[in-house]
Design a protein around this ligand. Structure first.
Ligand code: SAH
Length: 384
């Protein structure tokens, strides 16, 4: 009898021990489980987690894309805002080692559009459903600061468009002046968070100066956009994770990222993209970016179409992005604003580009955004 009772307790003990061990095992598995199943912990995403997201493969990869699309839908909605870009001048004083319009590239046919020509293009925007004019150029006053101010005023006076500028490093005074003229937003990518790599690629500008510009813009109440290239020569997966986390740290309103594409007429012309044999990482980067920055506007950038012709930007829109930026540069200038080779649509006019964009947005079951599509962060801050 005694042995039976003893046996019973021994078995019971074994059962309890095994149950506890099984419980720990299940907990362990859940912990190890795909990062994509975890809820978004605001502010708590570690570098290791980002790297894990970037390494997703197979089912995990599908889950990563679905999760990014879900975060986009929840925080930004289904509207795709269409921002028309005009590359109004390719004059540049800088010699960024990767860029096709760098000062030392003597093969470039330089141009600057006049204010009237730019206004002629901008006036067509509202008719085509574009609610923001993005004005981009190289980094020297093709138009001087005063002229750019006049241009901003003219756009704000004649249209209901939001105005975004992307003309590089300027002083606080100049940014303030443009803000007073009506500038809503500014795009200035930090290009890479790796200071050494930044220094190697930018002989004319320091990382701190570039980040300083972003801080000034934010202090002035300008909606700030930044971002980086994916796969600069010398970059590692850690760099990419740091880039994504820096976007979060900077609390950006807009984040534009796209693959680095070697331009043959630059010093980096022979150095391939760091992920040349793993191009899926370009999409993974967008999805991770969305998960880490839930309420930033993220465009599907043109460089994706250069790497994946005809489908790149569509896929990016279904993997985290919510903005499309069709090229509205007049057709005669497009071939002269080649930051990288293979830029799509250089022989299409603005109307063709916009029509194509509308079709692309419809084809993925989304709608075109109405209204300016300002930063949701600013909006949230205003209504608090
Ligand atoms: N002068 C402005 C605009 C620069 S061009 C400024 O300095 O902000 C816009 C962006 O094109 C750059 O910020 C860079 O990220 C990207 N770009 C330049 N060369 C590139 C290349 N070879 N491949 C991919 N993107 C490139």
């Amino acid at each position: 009898m005694l042995t039976r009772v003893k046996m019973f307790f021994i078995i019971l003990r074994e059962i309890i021990i095994l149950s506890v061990m099984y419980g720990f095992y299940v907990l362990y598995l859940t912990g190890m489980n795909d990062q994509n199943d975890r809820p978004i912990e605001e502010g708590a995403i570690s570098k290791d987690t980002v790297i894990e997201l970037l390494k997703s493969e197979g089912d995990d990869l599908e889950r990563l894309y679905a999760r990014a699309d879900g975060v986009r839908a929840e925080h930004m909605g289904d509207e795709v805002y269409v921002r028309g870009i005009i590359e109004f001048s390719n004059l540049c004083a800088n010699d960024c080692l990767y860029c096709g319009i760098r000062a030392s590239n003597l093969l470039v046919n330089r141009y600057t559009m006049g204010i009237d020509e730019i206004m002629g293009t901008v006036r067509s925007f509202e008719r085509t459903g574009q609610t923001t004019a993005v004005l981009q150029s190289g980094e020297t006053p093709g138009l001087d600061d005063e002229e750019i101010g006049r241009l901003i005023r003219a756009i704000k006076y004649e249209t209901s468009l939001a105005v975004t500028l992307s003309v590089g490093n300027r002083s606080r005074e100049v940014y303030r002046f443009w803000k007073e003229c009506g500038m809503d937003r500014y795009l200035i990518r930090f290009e890479t968070s790796d200071r050494q790599l930044f220094a190697r690629l930018h002989p004319d500008c320091s990382f701190d100066e570039r980040i300083g510009c972003l801080h000034i813009l934010k202090e002035l109440g300008v909606q700030a956009g930044s971002g980086f290239m994916i796969g600069l020569p010398g970059e590692r997966l850690e760099t990419l994770a740091d880039n994504i986390l820096l976007c979060r740290e900077l609390d950006l309103d807009m984040i534009g990222i796209g693959p680095y594409i070697p331009h043959p007429d630059t010093p980096l012309g022979n150095e391939p993209n760091a992920y040349a044999d793993n191009e899926e990482i370009f999409y993974k980067a967008v999805s991770a970016l969305r998960i880490v920055n839930p309420d930033a506007h993220i465009p599907a950038t043109t460089a994706f179409d250069a790497v994946f012709p005809g489908i790149g930007r569509n896929l990016v829109l279904t993997r985290g992005a919510n903005i499309f930026m069709p090229n509205n540069t007049p057709i005669e200038h497009r071939k002269d604003y080649l930051l990288y080779p293979g830029k799509p649509c250089i022989d299409e006019n603005a109307d063709q580009c916009v029509a194509c964009v509308m079709m692309r947005i419809e084809s993925i079951g989304r709608t075109m955004g109405t209204g300016p599509g300002h930063s949701l962060k600013k909006y949230n801050k205003r209504i608090q």
